[in-house]
Design a protein around this ligand. Structure first.
Ligand SMILES: C[S@@+](CC[C@H](N)C(=O)[O-])C[C@H]1O[C@@H](n2cnc3c(N)ncnc32)[C@H](O)[C@@H]1O
Length: 340
C-alpha cells in the first residue's frame, strides 16, 4: 500500500479553485470532528494567554449594542471569547465561514446568545449591507482568503466609525515553525516505515492472537512476525523522534490513536480496526494539508506591511503589532481598537 497516494495533494499543486474546494472540504471535516478552534494541539478548549487577553480587550472596548462580524470563524473560537468578555449579550455577532461548521457548544451552552453562524459564506463576497458592523474581527482567518477581494469587502461592511481587529499568521511565528516540524512527523507516520503504516499489518495478526488456534497459526507465520518487528522498530523510532524535536504532540496523538486500534482489533476483530485505521490515516493527512496551507498562507513581513498600509488608508489609527506568548511570536495584530 502506498501510504499517501490516495490522499489529498499538497496545497498549491492544483488550480486556485481546486485549492479552495480542498480547503472547504478539509476544514468542514475538521470542524465536524468537534474541535473549538484551529490550534487544538497548542491550546485547550479555548485560546488562552495573550491571544485571549488581546480579544478580551477588543471585546471589552466595544460600545453596548455593537454589531460584530467574525470572518472565517471556524467553530466560533472568537464568539466564545466574546461571550466570556460580554456575558450580558449586549451585542449581536454574525460569524461567517466558507466551510460547513458544527459549533455544538453554541447550541448547548449559549442557546440564547445573540449569535448567528453563516456557513458556506466566503470572505470575498459578504452577504451584508454596507456599513452594517461596528466591529469586524478575524483570528487566523482572513489571510486564507483572497485579500484583494476580502479586504475591500471587509471595509465595505464596516461602519465609518467602526473598528477592526485581525490576528493573522506571520511567516516567522511559532505556529508556522511548528507546522514544518509537524508536517515532517506526519510524513514519517504515513511513510512505509512509519508507525501508522506498520500498524496496519499488525491488526489482522492481533485479532488472530485472541484464540488458541490463531495463536498456533501465528507461531509459523513469517509475514506476521515481520509485521511485528517492523511495528516495534517504528515504536522505537517514534520515541527517538519525540525526544529529539518540538512538535511531538502529533506523534503522541498518533500513538494514542494506534493504541486504540490495537485494542479494537483485540476486542472486535480486524475489520472494524482496519476501518478505524483508514479514518485515523485520513485525519493525519487532513492535518498535514492544513499545516501546509497554514505555512503557505502565513504573511511575510512585506505582505503584512502592504496589508497594514491598505488598512491604515481606510482607518488612519490602525496599529500593526506583534503578538507574543513568552518569547515566541504567535501572530500579528492589525487593530484599530485600543490594544492597551
Ligand atoms: C485556521 S482556521 C481559523 C478558524 C477560527 N477563526 C479559529 O481561530 O479557530 C481558518 C478558517 O478560515 C476559513 N476560510 C478559509 N478561507 C476562507 C474564505 N475565503 N472565506 C471564509 N472563510 C474561509 C476556513 O474554512 C477555516 O475555518
Amino acid at each position: 500500500m502506498t501510504p499517501t497516494s490516495d490522499l489529498q495533494p499538497t496545497p498549491g499543486t492544483g488550480s486556485p479553485d481546486d485549492a479552495r474546494d480542498q480547503r472547504i472540504q478539509n476544514w468542514s471535516r475538521h470542524w465536524h470532528s468537534g474541535v473549538h478552534h484551529s490550534c487544538s494541539t497548542s491550546f485547550g478548549a479555548d485560546y488562552a494567554g495573550n491571544i485571549a487577553a488581546f480579544w478580551h480587550r477588543v471585546f471589552s472596548a466595544m460600545a453596548p449594542g455593537s454589531r460584530v462580524l467574525d470572518i472565517a470563524t471556524g467553530n466560533g473560537a472568537l464568539p466564545r471569547l466574546l461571550l466570556q468578555a460580554r456575558p450580558a449579550g449586549d451585542w449581536h455577532c454574525d460569524a461567517i465561514d466558507q466551510a460547513s461548521l458544527a459549533p455544538r457548544w453554541a447550541d448547548a451552552s449559549a442557546p440564547d446568545a445573540p449569535l448567528c453562524f453563516h456557513t458556506g459564506v466566503a470572505a470575498e463576497a459578504l452577504p451584508f449591507e454596507d456599513a452594517r458592523f461596528a466591529l469586524v474581527v478575524s483570528q487566523f482567518g482572513i489571510e486564507y482568503s483572497d485579500l484583494d477581494s476580502s479586504i475591500p469587502e471587509l471595509l465595505r461592511v464596516l461602519a465609518p466609525e467602526g473598528n477592526l481587529a485581525l490576528v493573522v499568521h506571520h511567516a516567522d511565528a511559532r505556529p508556522v515553525q511548528l507546522a514544518a516540524i509537524e508536517i515532517d512527523h506526519i510524513d514519517w507516520l504515513l511513510s512505509a516505515d512509519g508507525l501508522v503504516t506498520t500498524a496496519f499489518a499488525m491488526l489482522e495478526p492481533l485479532a488472530r492472537s485472541t484464540t488458541a488456534a490463531g495463536r498456533a497459526s501465528l507461531a509459523c507465520d513469517a509475514a506476521a512476525e515481520l509485521a511485528r518487528v517492523r511495528f516495534n522498530a517504528a515504536q522505537d523510532q517514534l520515541s527517538a523522534r519525540a525526544t529529539a524535536a518540538d512538535g511531538a504532540d502529533v506523534l503522541f496523538e498518533a500513538q494514542d490513536g494506534i493504541a486504540r486500534l490495537v485494542q479494537l482489533a483485540l476486542d472486535q476483530g480486524s475489520e472494524p480496526a482496519q476501518q478505524a485505521w483508514t479514518v485515523l490515516r485520513q485525519q493525519l493527512a487532513d492535518a498535514r494539508w492544513r499545516l501546509a496551507d497554514l505555512r503557505a498562507r502565513a504573511l511575510s513581513p512585506a505582505q503584512l506591511a502592504a496589508l497594514a498600509a491598505q488598512l491604515q488608508a481606510a482607518r488612519p489609527g490602525l496599529v500593526s503589532s506583534p503578538l507574543h506568548e513568552r518569547d515566541f511570536l504567535m501572530g500579528w495584530c492589525l487593530h484599530s481598537v485600543p490594544p492597551a
